[in-house]
Design a protein around this ligand. Structure first.
Ligand code: GLY
Length: 358
């Protein structure tokens, strides 16, 4: 066998499973040589990513590139049945079916991959990477995304845990007193099915960005999306420029919170472009919050003339290793690992959090 052929087969074998961890890129495409003054490694994430930033740092310190690190990091949360906003155990759509969205962006090659509304696959972030590395496309959705994942050997499984099913069932049973779904009740009860307290229809998600030891930047965002969504609803997480964006020359940004606001405002690419123009990561994240506030014109989405009735949280880092985050409302935090340990850091914000907003 020629050495070229042997090399090709070895690479193909290494890259051919759903459990892919390290990149199948030839070294020449994995980024340049270590850069003068590279600040890496640095990993940031949404607040649910403390374990993710630790894992990502471990992978990067062991020689992985930023993309290897962030995907390995978020896989912990995708695999966690107790996180009801991401991967296995995520809250389902209105029919009780879990549909996942994820995207990755690789700074050194400025490539991206994403999947949306994919069912039965626990780690959509790995499928997103596969779309980037093993197809000529950026985004695959629904049945097509599932077939692509199957072709690459990803195992299919039921992603609906009992915990998530029970939360969904309670939502369904208490949506209306006029339908036929009844929560537990006594013979004396009337008004059965009335909602006693508002449901937190969360948009929980994990975003993770990193700079590796070569100064290269990559990021990932993965989610089960809006709880009890209309089947087929896609949020910002798998949309490049909305739920995440990376430019190796500038930095990286991503978001959690109401995806519809980011879709209508292209928030993540705006943050990176504001950083390119000289804003700090925190200033750029605050500007993204202000842009959403200014553009939220529908009364149904506002508490009053100014304040949106939802929150959006942004996380950003620049290529110098400065990081920052911001949310519309106070009380949020981000996870950071800068080499000195993983910790939560408060986000900047525009307004104090109203009691009615969890
Ligand atoms: N930000 C996650 C979503 O809206 O789906």
């Amino acid at each position: 066998m020629s050495s070229n052929r042997r090399e090709f087969l070895l690479k193909a074998a290494a890259a051919g499973t759903g459990a892919l961890l390290t990149s199948s890129f030839p070294d020449v495409l994995r980024g340049g040589t270590p850069e003068e003054g590279s600040p890496g490694p640095l990993v940031i994430s949404s607040a649910n990513g403390i374990e993710a930033v630790k894992k990502a740092m471990e992978v990067i310190r062991a020689g992985g590139e930023a993309l290897d690190g962030v995907i390995a990091g978020v896989n912990i949360v995708e695999d966690d049945p107790n996180d009801t906003s991401v991967g296995y155990g995520g809250l389902p759509n209105e029919d009780g079916v879990v549909e996942l969205d994820a995207a990755v962006m690789h700074g050194p090659t400025h490539r991206a991959g994403a999947v949306a509304s994919i069912r039965n696959i626990k780690n959509p972030s790995k499928v997103a990477r596969m779309v980037m590395e093993r197809s000529d496309h950026v985004l695959l959705v629904g049945e097509g995304a599932l077939r692509f994942a199957r072709a690459h050997g990803f195992p299919e499984e039921n992603l609906l845990t009992d915990k998530a099913r029970e939360i969904w069932l309670r939502w369904k049973e208490t949506m209306s007193t006029q339908d036929d779904w009844l929560p537990p009740h006594t013979p004396e009860d009337r008004n059965i099915g009335a909602l006693l307290e508002p449901y937190l229809r969360h948009y929980g998600t994990i975003h993770c960005s990193a700079i590796d030891v070569k100064g290269n930047i990559s990021c990932v965002t993965t989610t089960s999306g809006l709880a009890f969504k209309i089947p087929g609803r896609v949020g910002d997480s798998p949309i490049i420029g909305a739920g995440l964006y990376a430019d190796n020359e500038v930095g990286s940004a991503g978001s959690t919170g109401r995806g519809e606001a980011n879709l209508a405002n292209c928030s993540s690419v705006m943050i990176v472009e504001w950083m390119r123009l000289g804003k700090s990561p925190e200033e750029a994240c605050l500007a993204a919050c202000q842009r959403i506030v200014a553009h939220t014109r529908m009364a149904r989405l506002r508490f009053d003339d100014i304040h949106p009735s939802f929150d959006v949280i942004f996380y950003a880092m620049n290529r110098s290793g400065v990081y920052g985050s911001a949310s519309i409302y106070s009380g949020r935090s981000m996870a950071v690992h800068d080499g000195a340990g993983a910790r939560l850091v408060p986000c900047a914000s525009l307004y104090p959090r109203p009691a009615s907003l969890k």
